[in-house]
Design a binder for this molecule. Structure first.
Ligand SMILES: O=C(O)CCC(=O)CC(=O)O
Length: 262
């Protein structure tokens, strides 16, 4: 898969779909990679071009072990679009990816054709908890976090039924670079995008998982209340990684929303 230099970060990305079609750019969650969108992408059909990339410090996107903010991650996404000659795009992000999309859509409201925010929040306290998580991963590696994480990412029923999908997510989490993960924990801990939400003028779809303990539906409701043109879908039988657990349903809602804002 190709890599492209954006500032001082090398981003691994994939661009697939018909040339000239509107671009849908996907930003992944903490501890995941661009492969987290595999099961959702077929929902786009043949009418869109999908751009996926690994957030800095994740998968094949190497970065310096230096503090970063959500605004820096938004800058990576903007820089990637620029480097590929893509002006406006539909932006989609889950959790950390959704924070990245909020930051870009509020800082540069003309950039998104639309924004889709899955299982995410504008503020996710406390900084102390995130610092502790960062310290744990630095000292003990992602293995120290994996069981608790998967317990938040999937409902027990899905974890029992879909062992192959969960094993793939687990393997990618365990392969995550500890410093890359820790840097992004710091960014989340310092984040407060609530004052910026009113600057998001793009049509926005917020998708929450009813059973998500990490970013529960109340956080999605708060996002919708702050963003001028936002609509909310709460998916039943969905925990945090709903783009994997409810790929078909989340993909269908996304596709219908994109088609309305093509
Ligand atoms: O998933 C993210 O991108 C950030 C929030 C988080 O870490 C949730 C979790 O691990 O349960």
């Amino acid at each position: 898969m190709p890599q492209i230099r954006v500032g001082d970060v090398d981003l691994r990305y994939e661009l697939a779909g018909p040339e000239g079609a509107p671009v849908v750019a996907f930003s992944n969650s903490l501890g995941a990679t661009l492969e987290m969108w595999d099961a959702l992408l077929p929902a786009l059909g043949g009418g869109y071009r999908a751009l996926r990339y690994d957030t800095r410090g994740h998968g094949g996107s190497a970065t310096r072990d230096a503090p970063a903010e959500i605004a820096d991650l938004a800058g990576d996404l903007a820089g990637l679009l620029d480097a590929l000659g893509i002006g406006r795009a539909h932006l989609v992000g889950l959790s950390l990816g959704g924070m990245t999309v909020q930051a870009l859509a509020s800082a540069d409201p003309g950039r998104p054709l639309s924004a889709t925010l899955m299982a995410t929040a504008a503020h996710l306290p406390s900084a102390e908890t995130w610092n502790e998580r960062a310290a744990t991963v630095r000292a003990q590696g992602p293995g120290a976090l994996v069981e608790a994480t998967l317990g938040r990412w999937f409902t027990p029923g899905f974890a029992q039924r879909s062992t192959e999908a969960v094993a793939a997510v687990r393997a990618r989490f365990l392969a995550c670079d500890a410093a890359g993960y820790a840097v992004c924990c710091g960014a989340i801990g310092r984040m407060d995008l609530r004052p910026a939400l009113s600057a998001i003028t793009a049509p926005t779809l917020v998708i929450a998982g009813r059973d998500d303990p990490s970013t529960p539906p109340a956080m999605a409701e708060a996002l919708c209340a702050g963003i001028p043109h936002a609509e909310l879908v709460v998916l039943p039988r969905a925990a945090h990684l709903l783009a994997v657990e409810r790929a078909e349903a989340a993909g269908a809602y996304l596709r219908a929303f994109l088609d309305r804002h093509a």
